[in-house]
Design a protein around this ligand. Structure first.
Ligand code: FAD
Length: 476
């Protein structure tokens, strides 16, 4: 009797360990691993230039783990799968589920079409800890507030299953070797700006595992206190690995729990897993309210009087606002493809509230520049800051970039790293160069308006303007 031949369709699950679809295929017979860069859903997997770079390197790493047998193609997923099914005599097609709107729509089309072709089609739990459909309020509706979602929904449901082991070496591949390598997808931008990204050397499943192990061995100890300080080495840096599925959330969950060997570490690990659950919550929200990728969850924000100011937007994007912590964050993003969470909140608040520019403009820039650009986390993060989302910060909570900088970067290591033109300023004035006496500025080599921009907006006035704008929609 001939063995089952299964096509495994990889998407945001670029790993061997804890990959239920791959595991099923290997246990059942021969395997054809496939990745398709399909324009119909690519904007969810890699919405911008930075994440495409990451994907390029991640596929190279996965291909190496799959003994150079990963078939990579660009085009329409259904047509390509049908072509390979015919060419390689495939009888079964499997994948891990994605939960974002375009991918889910695509899954449904493929499920129906391939089943109608007579194939055995199976999907498995994907890149989340809990299936979004299973977590509901007592009334059977989706949660819109994080804490009950996590405490009453997730933590009361069955615990995430233990991760599956990776299949052993020397997978049973189908005999045919269809063409298509990761490099053929041409995901890297023509201009070589991406070469400066240091993190690109550390992409892929092995790098993700090492990063988690490093985090659990050290930075976890100080996660609760340290996670808000951008200069501290206290966060995991796992977001892009998680987005592309180089490591599964179940692996992160169980290894973090196993690392909670003392009461102190248990507390730290609990906070870390709570942050991981925010990722779960954003995917959950997008699953239940797919329109919120672009539309306000709170409809009153549809009438918000946003400003159109291309010059201000550009100054923000380029880290030239005259507010050091904002500029450091925006330059970190451009130079490294990453930005610390605390700083993401500060720069987002500045754009949306002090500059009164629509959160779409910020989300689009993040989507292009972040390695971890993720439609669910990004739109939820922006709507959270703007006040228009589920369980969002109230609009009137406006971050003051000067006091935020003083509080979360008190010695100024973060600002000095990314805004070197201010590095000789004493800590006292670093986050508010305008407050420094002329002699101090001169000694530090800072010439306002020349070596470093003057503030783009005045904080008190722009805050007042934002509150007035909000008042207009609050009253309806
Ligand atoms: C305006 C804005 C936009 C954002 N856009 C994205 C995005 O496109 N992609 C993205 O992955 N995250 C986004 N975030 C969330 C958060 O900033 C990053 O997940 C986090 O900074 C990643 O660093 P880390 O892996 O070291 O986090 P850790 O603190 O080590 O957290 C572990 C993991 O938990 C998840 N997580 C942590 N905080 C959040 C959060 N607030 N929301 C959702 N998940 C979280 C991430 O998967 C993260 O890798 C955004 C936040 C804001 C305020």
């Amino acid at each position: 009797m001939s063995r089952q031949k299964t096509l495994v369709w990889f998407r945001n699950d670029l790993r061997l360990r804890d990959n239920a679809a791959l595991r099923y295929a290997v246990d059942a017979g021969e395997v054809l691993p496939l990745f398709v860069f399909d324009e119909a859903s690519a904007s969810e997997l890699c919405p911008g230039a930075a994440s495409r770079c990451w994907l390029h390197h991640s596929l190279i790493a996965l291909n190496a783990s799959l003994d150079d047998r990963l078939v990579c193609r660009r085009g329409d997923s259904l047509s390509l799968i049908r072509e390979l099914v015919a060419a390689c005599d495939i009888d079964t097609v499997v994948w891990n589920r994605c939960y974002s709107p375009l991918s889910m729509a695509q899954d449904e089309i493929l499920q129906q079409a391939l089943s109608a072709d007579g194939l055995d089609v199976r999907s498995f739990q994907g890149n989340l800890l809990w299936e979004p459909e299973t977590i509901k309020t007592q009334q059977g509706t989706p949660y819109k507030v994080f804490t009950p979602f996590y405490n009453k929904g997730c933590l009361k449901a069955a615990a995430p299953a233990k991760p599956l082991a990776a299949p052993g070496s020397g997978l049973p591949y189908v005999a045919a070797r269809p063409a298509g390598r990761p490099e053929d997808l041409q995901l890297l931008p023509e201009r070589p700006w991406h070469k400066k990204f240091p993190a690109l050397a550390r992409v892929g499943e092995k790098a993700a595992g090492k990063r988690l192990a490093r985090f659990l061995a050290g930075p976890l100890e100080d996660y609760v206190q340290g996670r808000d300080f951008p200069a501290a080495d206290s966060v995991s840096g796992l977001s892009a690995h998680l987005h592309f599925g180089e490591i599964s959330p179940r692996t992160v969950w169980h290894q973090s729990r196993a690392a909670a060997s003392t009461a102190h570490r248990e507390n730290q690990s609990g906070h870390f897993l709570r942050q991981l659950a925010w990722r779960e919550f954003s995917a959950y929200l997008l699953y239940h309210f797919p329109h919120t990728a672009r539309e306000n969850l709170q409809r009153k924000f549809d009438d918000f009087p946003w400003r159109h100011d291309a010059d201000a937007l550009q100054a923000w994007q380029q880290g030239q606002t005259g507010y050091p912590i904002v500029d450091a964050g925006m330059r970190e993003l451009w130079q490294t493809g990453f930005m610390h969470n605390r700083v993401r909140m500060i720069v987002a608040s500045f754009l949306v509230k002090n500059l009164l520019i629509h959160w779409h403009a910020g989300a689009d820039w993040f989507a292009d520049c972040l390695f971890d650009a993720d439609v669910a986390n990004n739109s939820m993060g922006w709507q959270w800051v703007a006040g228009s989302g589920a369980d969002a910060a109230p609009f009137f909570r406006i971050f003051n970039p000067v006091t935020q900088g003083q509080r979360f970067d008190p010695q100024g290591q973060y600002v000095r790293r990314f805004v070197p033109e201010l590095s000789a300023l004493p800590d006292k004035y670093l986050h508010d160069p305008g407050s420094a006496p002329a002699a101090v500025l001169q000694k530090a080599g800072v010439v306002p308006g020349e070596t470093y921009p003057r503030p783009l907006v005045e904080l008190k006035g722009s805050r007042q303007r934002a509150l007035l704008a909000y008042e207009r929609i609050r009253r309806g």
